[in-house]
Design a protein. Structure first.
Length: 449
């Protein structure tokens, strides 16, 4: 048992960091979330598809009614080629509903963040601190010290790195691991993610011929795009194969955006409708990013643990990156809950787990998530590869084989038992809202049980 109270320092107030805030608040554990941006809820970023695995967690947290009001369900996925010709719809989303009881829903990042923020109790909202860019993390026998660019420091028991693909916490974790004698074995690679595709995303008002809930993909050589139409705004993500894969990060300028539009602006977004250039002209926001891919070998070191994009990075093709980050938080919270229960059952309700038990919980968390995340990541990579044809074989398979509904149904059913094993918070009471053909392996704890 530890004699010291527990406090988590969460670095990064993105969707995964805010889910971590919910998990800690529900467990009555002290925490602070340090976010580098000037506000927690910003009107910036792409739209996100929430899959049943993420939706179910948000539903357990009581956020489903707000999510449903701000998002649109998606059913059929239209697929066309670069010339706007039909290459066969796909019914993935229909099978999600059939198997797991919910259609995926598209929501703007802003609305998701607002809902996650507003769903926290007022005293927990006060623990979300903007303008706190973390620069240094140091661990000791008794706890952690986190330093921000403004010179402030925060002390706690653990650091949860939810600071995204370019994570500072991940870098600090590597530095700490390398300082130990077995450092080479315990440290991650300096540049763990490989980029094969760059992306431009464009947000614009949802206006006819596009309507809320529309989902469409345009496939072809070296470039693919996805459209997800929300209630108010739609987003297209355009994924372009790079000349050479790279492990370096890139910053893109407006000139890069214009060059991108001159390469791909002519591509149709939907059959007989708008082009990428039309969407760019009427954009409310746009951005270019690298689509890093990869999974870390080590998700924790000492008192530091990583969740979400800091630990693994997917291409967006299967809409799984953020959803998996949300589930990471659940798995981590459950392992910490086990550590708390073990010590409290033995020593009373005011006891806290010691460092050894916390580190064991971190290891269990990685073990619980690693294989599923790796499979999901590979699936996303294959989906992006199949849509950005690199040769005639790819083209043939995509046009004539992947469009077969029997095959899609087969893969959806094969994947369903894995999806059904997605965890929910063991200590949060709620009501099951999603019932499909494949029963969830871990039921939501009912009130009063
Ligand atoms: C075009 C596109 C479309 C996508 N579509 C989907 C989708 O449909 N479904 C899906 O599940 N996923 C999707 N994703 C992936 C999804 O955006 C990410 O997986 C998700 O945002 C990860 O959340 P996160 O909180 O881990 O990281 P982030 O969203 O990156 O948030 C990290 C936060 O940490 C803050 N931060 C960073 N460094 C520091 C620091 N040093 N100190 C303090 N704060 C810091 C950042 O400001 C940020 O707020 C898409 C991605 C892209 C690029």
């Amino acid at each position: 048992m530890s004699s010291q109270a527990f406090k988590a320092i969460v670095v990064g107030g993105g969707p995964v960091g805010l889910t971590a805030a919910h998990s800690l608040s529900r467990a009555n554990l002290d925490f602070v979330v340090l976010e580098s941006r000037p506000r927690i809820v910003l009107d910036a970023g792409s739209n996100l598809v929430l899959l049943p695995i993420g939706l179910r967690v948000l539903s357990q947290l009581g956020l489903l009614p707000a999510i449903e009001r701000a998002s649109s369900p998606m059913d059929r996925f239209r697929r066309i080629d670069h010339k706007g010709r039909d290459i066969g719809d796909t019914l993935w989303f229909t099978y999600f509903k059939e198997n797991h009881g919910a259609y995926p829903r598209v929501i703007s990042r802003h609305d998701l963040m607002q809902i996650l923020h507003d769903g926290l109790p007022i005293e927990a909202q006060a623990k979300l601190l903007p303008n706190k860019k973390v620069t240094c993390v140091s661990t000791g026998t008794d706890g952690v010290i986190v330093t921000c660019a403004d010179g402030t420091t925060y002390t706690g028991t653990i650091v949860v790195g939810a600071d995204g693909a370019h994570s500072t916490v991940r870098n600090q974790m590597r530095v700490a691991a390398l300082q130990t004698t077995s450092g080479d074995l315990r440290a991650n690679e300096e540049k763990p993610f490989l980029t094969t595709y760059r992306s431009m995303w464009i947000r614009f008002a949802t206006v006819p011929p596009i309507k809320p809930g529309d989902a469409s993909e345009t496939h072809g050589y070296d470039c693919t795009l996805q459209l997800f139409a929300g209630e108010e705004t739609s987003v297209i993500g355009i994924y372009e194969r790079m000349e050479e894969p790279s492990r370096d990060s890139s910053r893109y300028t407006e000139a890069d955006e214009h060059a991108f539009i001159s390469r791909w602006g002519h591509l149709p977004i939907i059959e007989g409708g708008m082009t990428i250039a039309d969407a760019y002209t009427s954009r409310t926001q746009a951005g270019m990013v690298n689509l890093e891919e990869g999974i870390l070998k080590h998700w924790s070191f000492d008192r530091i643990v990583l969740v979400g994009d800091a630990a693994h990075k997917f291409t967006p093709s299967t809409g799984a990156g953020c959803n998996n980050g949300i589930v990471d938080v659940v798995a981590l919270a459950n392992e910490l809950y086990h550590a708390f229960r073990a010590v409290r059952d033995a020593e009373g309700e005011t006891a806290f787990p010691d460092k050894l038990h916390i580190l064991a919980a971190f290891n269990e968390y990685q073990q619980a998530r690693f294989a599923t995340v790796k499979d999901g990541l590979e699936g996303a990579s294959q989906a992006t590869g199949a849509a950005t044809w690199s040769d005639m074989t790819h083209r043939f398979v995509d046009r004539h084989i992947l469009s077969r509904q029997s095959l899609v149904k087969f893969f959806a059913s094969r994947n369903a038992p894995v999806v059904a094993k997605t965890p929910v918070f063991e200590y949060v009471e709620g009501e099951e809202q999603m019932i499909g053909k494949f029963p969830w392996a871990y039921p939501i704890k009912e009130s009063g049980l």
